[in-house]
Design a protein around this ligand. Sequence first.
Ligand code: CA
Length: 227
Amino acid sequence: MDYRVLVIEDEAQIRRILKNALVDEGCHVSEAGTIKDGLRQVGSTNPELILLDLGLPDGDGISFIKEVRTWSDIPILILSARFDEKDKIDGLNAGADDYLTKPFGSGELIARIRALLRRKTRLGEEVSSVIQFGNCSVDFANRTVFRNAQEVHLTSIEYKLLAVMLSRPDKVMTQTHILKTVWGDSYADSTHYLRIYMSHLRQKLEENPSQPKHFLTEIGVGYRFKQ
Ligand code: CA
């Protein structure tokens, strides 16, 4: 992985662990301990990925995400402590791509980073209108869904939910984001709708709906589509 990664974290010990894990993978790492320095380094080192701690001495990471998102879609991975639960969701809603809860192993860190960078590469390629996962294939141009070569009928809400989930493979999406996108702003809190329709999708598209492999629950946060 020959990527430029910016680590924004105020605890020197954690920063060192992150840096070592990334350098071992062949990444070029720059470091910042504050939001102010982080923003400066985004400009000067032009990173391809940012690892962001939420609790920083000169403010919270959410304001950093909002600021960066006004001009860049660079992948941002949040590193959050357990007590940052609400901040983590605010961070995802502000435009972060994924999160890891501390403490985490370097294996998990590298796996998440690979997934984010893979997705970024894929977005840069020509977008295919057909997405395949498991035994299913979704053709967005024709609005058709097949499973084991049999067409699957989806209601318009189910299809919209499927399209939202498939739009960002590997990315965790908050319940609020999905509800607003599929149903509209006034449904941001109607989590029971989401639960019901997600179970419809699983019934129709998963091999074993009670142990889904593609439409995964992120407990307390939302859902993740895995191809
Ligand atoms: Ca911190």
